[in-house]
Design a protein around this ligand. Structure first.
Ligand SMILES: *[C@@H]1O[C@H](CO)[C@@H](O)[C@H](O)[C@H]1NC(C)=O
Ligand SMILES: *[C@@H]1O[C@H](CO)[C@@H](O)[C@H](O)[C@H]1NC(C)=O
Ligand SMILES: *[C@@H]1O[C@H](CO)[C@@H](O)[C@H](O)[C@H]1NC(C)=O
Ligand SMILES: *[C@@H]1O[C@H](CO)[C@@H](O)[C@H](O)[C@H]1NC(C)=O
Ligand SMILES: *[C@@H]1O[C@H](CO)[C@@H](O)[C@H](O)[C@H]1NC(C)=O
Ligand SMILES: *[C@@H]1O[C@H](CO)[C@@H](O)[C@H](O)[C@H]1NC(C)=O
Length: 328
């Protein structure tokens, strides 16, 4: 056969194939679920590529496993979407990543159906307007390594059971309206110790003593209503790098505190901390130190990085003195 005719026939053949066969990468069940998710969200413009005559693996905001073609990621970011997270997300059994972020009009509670998704590794429902409580069911998702529920309207207590997650690398519950105590169990994470972000809530009571037994890489408890001691966070045997407990009601004597050598950022500002600054601080490779707005006294130890910070790191204390503040 003439190659030109052959080419023509081939082109005709390809042209006549139904487009669904050409880009059919899609599991039929997953497709059905995604279409129902789209419908629950009132067919938003953001999901315009989700059409029944195309393979769902090519759709915007989703990702398939290259071998099985099952949906493994649903990532909806900065979309003009109003309403609630559809319960149907729980019917994508191979989901490893679930993200709804920066969606002002996403409201309602975190759907219980998410508890079915045992393969989840990353959950980010943040910068949305979700309300209700932090569900305890997250503790039953054994592969979870990143849980971010920050910047929402979540209220009520923090579920103590989250410490059962052995693979967790980061837990972000900051910028919500959480109340109650920090669970004692958070000093007993049985596997990985996650970076812990609980700032900008209304948490009260004391920091659990159990935190002296564990070493968070980063711990941010700032802007809550915590009282009492925080010195257990300075475990000298630990490997903590960043501690922020600023803007609480903490009241303890800093004079005898010891610090981990790894510490680079320490913000204790806006509390009721008394005593003096330990000389050991001069031995740390600090990038940020802020002890302002406390009740500290005595001479700022000389050396290390301590004179690299400007006076605002130290001002508004009872009687701290020496460079960079006025001489004693
Ligand atoms: C959010 O909802 C309000 C009121 O229903 C609407 O005016 C606005 O366009 C929505 N904004 C976004 C970003 O979805
Ligand atoms: C968001 O979507 C709604 C309804 O589809 C529309 O009326 C509104 O103009 C959109 N807002 C923005 C900021 O795109
Ligand atoms: C939550 O909703 C309020 C009022 O509609 C809005 O001002 C705020 O930006 C929203 N929050 C987020 C994180 O989108
Ligand atoms: C710290 O760990 C030790 C040994 O596991 C345990 O006996 C002790 O009760 C723990 N302390 C706190 C405050 O949890
Ligand atoms: C740090 O380690 C030393 C020696 O292993 C031990 O005696 C001490 O109790 C530990 N301190 C803390 C706060 O864990
Ligand atoms: C220390 O914290 C105070 C109070 O929040 C702030 O005004 C000051 O700028 C901070 N200084 C540094 C160096 O971080």
């Amino acid at each position: 056969m003439d190659t030109r005719i052959c080419f023509l026939l081939l082109s005709l053949f390809l042209f006549c194939l139904p487009s669904s066969t050409l880009s059919a990468r899609c599991n039929a069940n997953d497709k059905k679920v995604l279409m129902s998710i789209k419908k629950s969200l009132n067919n938003p413009y953001h999901l315009a590529s989700w059409t029944s005559n195309t393979g769902c693996c090519d759709w915007y905001s989703v990702e398939c496993d290259p071998n099985t073609n099952r949906i493994i990621a649903l990532t909806i970011f900065q979309a003009n979407i109003s309403g609630q997270i559809p319960a149907a997300v729980g019917d994508l059994p191979y989901l490893e990543t679930l993200i709804f972020r920066h969606i002002t009009n996403l409201t309602g509670q975190i759907p219980p159906s998410i508890a079915k998704l045992k393969n989840l590794k990353m959950v980010r429902l943040s910068w949305t307007n979700l309300s209700g409580s932090v569900p305890g069911f997250f503790s039953q998702l054994p592969n979870l390594d990143y849980l971010d529920l920050s910047f929402n309207q979540l209220s009520g207590p923090i579920p103590a059971s989250l410490s059962k997650l052995t693979k967790l690398n980061a837990l972000h519950l900051d910028r919500n309206k959480l109340t109650g105590y920090i669970p004692d169990s958070f000093g007993k994470f049985s596997g990985n110790v996650p970076d812990l972000y609980l700032s900008h809530n209304q948490l009260s009571g004391e920091i659990p003593k159990s935190f002296g037994n564990i070493s968070f890489g980063t711990i941010d408890l700032s802007r809550n209503k915590l009282v009492g001691d925080a010195s257990m966070l300075f475990n000298p045997n630990g490997s903590t790098q960043m501690i922020d407990v600023s803007r609480n009601l903490l009241e303890f004597d800093l004079s005898k505190a010891r610090f981990p050598k790894s510490l680079t950022n320490l913000d204790l500002s806006h509390n009721k901390i008394r005593g003096s600054l330990p000389a050991e601080l001069t031995g740390l490779n600090l990038q940020l130190l802020n002890v302002s707005y406390n009740r500290l006294c005595g001479e700022i130890p000389s050396g290390g990085k301590l004179q690299d910070f400007d006076y605002t790191s130290y001002f508004h204390n009872r009687c701290l003195c020496g460079p960079p503040l006025a001489n004693c």
